[in-house]
Design a protein. Structure first.
Length: 273
């Protein structure tokens, strides 16, 4: 069943028109990576300490499922790598994201949401319970926490648990296809073997954390939100959700632009360095 699900996610990404720029054959995302985590993996309980007590576990989300509670057994997580053409366009930018990057942030994430809904329906039609945490009624965003800006479900932390990557100096996830991507996940009562976590610790793929030899993302940030001490989420958020949409949103015909400068033009852009 793991291969069936993996194949269905790949098919959806390959064939659905929502994964294409309007009027173009160019795709927002390349072939996805897929991983699986046990819903009762102790990591999800640890996230209540790492992220905050508000972070929900797969078991908690399923217990509040509709129309009645059920038992979560597996978390399915995926990585949607941003296309080479879009990454290349963003490498050239120094203050605001490229048009292609901004379009991918808004319309590509809408496609990611449709993938979440599709996989939930696919599993339910196959006789299983399923939900997407990102669209669950209990999903919340929190502006002020000990960990900074956070939410009740982290797609990055789910992907880490599913063996898909580790964290970087800029708080993003470095996967085998790099750091320029969108992430998604679905929880189900279908029991599947978890994917291995092929890393020694939660920062193993980042050259700065591994041996102090990089830090390229620091110089890519136009507002100084990155330093050797890490990621200032407030400064980053003000730029990404305030300044950038105000400056280029209308011209690019989007309301959500992203930024991604620290995810392009760096050694971890498209691979584990």
């Amino acid at each position: 069943m793991k291969e069936v699900i993996h194949s269905e996610i790949r098919r959806f990404v390959r064939e659905e028109s929502g994964n294409r720029f309007p009027g173009s054959a160019g795709r927002y995302f390349d072939e996805p990576l897929v991983g699986f985590a046990a819903a009762d993996d102790p990591l999800f309980a640890q996230y209540k300490s790492v992220i905050g007590s508000f972070h929900l576990t797969p078991l908690e989300l399923a217990r509040s499922g509709q129309p009645s509670p059920w038992t979560a057994r597996t978390v399915i997580s995926w990585v949607l790598p941003i296309s080479e053409e879009t990454r290349r366009s963003n490498r050239e930018e120094t203050v605001y994201p490229s048009r292609r990057w901004a379009k991918t942030r808004q319309h590509g994430e809408a496609f990611n949401a449709s993938l979440r809904r599709h996989l939930v329906c696919f599993l339910q039609e196959s006789g299983y319970q399923a939900l997407a945490p990102q669209t669950h009624p209990d999903w919340r965003e929190y502006g002020t926490t000990p960990a900074g800006i956070a939410s009740s479900w982290s797609e990055r932390h789910a992907a880490y648990a599913a063996g898909l990557g580790t964290f970087s100096l800029n708080d993003a996830l470095i996967t085998p296809r790099g750091i320029a991507h969108r992430l998604g996940s679905v929880i189900t009562d279908l029991l599947m073997e978890p994917s291995p976590r092929p890393y020694a610790d939660h920062r193993a793929n980042c050259l700065w954390h591994r041996n102090g030899s990089c830090g390229a993302c620091i110089g890519r940030c136009p507002v100084g939100a990155l330093s050797k001490e890490g990621h200032d989420k407030t400064v980053c958020r003000d730029h990404v959700y305030g300044t950038i949409p105000r400056m280029v949103g209308e011209r690019f015909e989007v309301t959500s632009t992203g930024c991604g400068l620290c995810q392009t033009g760096v050694p971890c852009e498209s691979a584990i360095p």
